[in-house]
Design a protein around this ligand. Sequence first.
Ligand SMILES: [Zn+2]
Length: 117
Amino acid sequence: MRRREMNVHLKSEERLSILRAEDQFRRWNSLDDERFCIVCEKKFNGRQIEIRSFTNGKHQLHCPTEACRSGPHQWVYPGTPLVSDIVDPDWWGAAGSEPQKLSGLSDQTQFQRQDQV
Ligand SMILES: [Zn+2]
């Protein structure tokens, strides 16, 4: 079994920030938080999630399972499948409703593969 290395080497806090910014459906308390992908039915944690960057500085989260193209909206908390979670507005209030982009982050992190939108 060959596993392609597609994740950038982000610092933990950078990775967590990206997860929080891009996953507007559920909250991330740490990179050890787990998600269950309803598409491929696999469980993974924040460290395993594939983060891709685009040339416009945006990031996109992908299921770590190869050939699975699901995104954050298809990931649920393990143990609570298919229950729609209400995002706590208080929690998001600190960051605002718009996803916060990390300025300067994309300059120093090079991805092996860059997808075009
Ligand atoms: Zn998946």
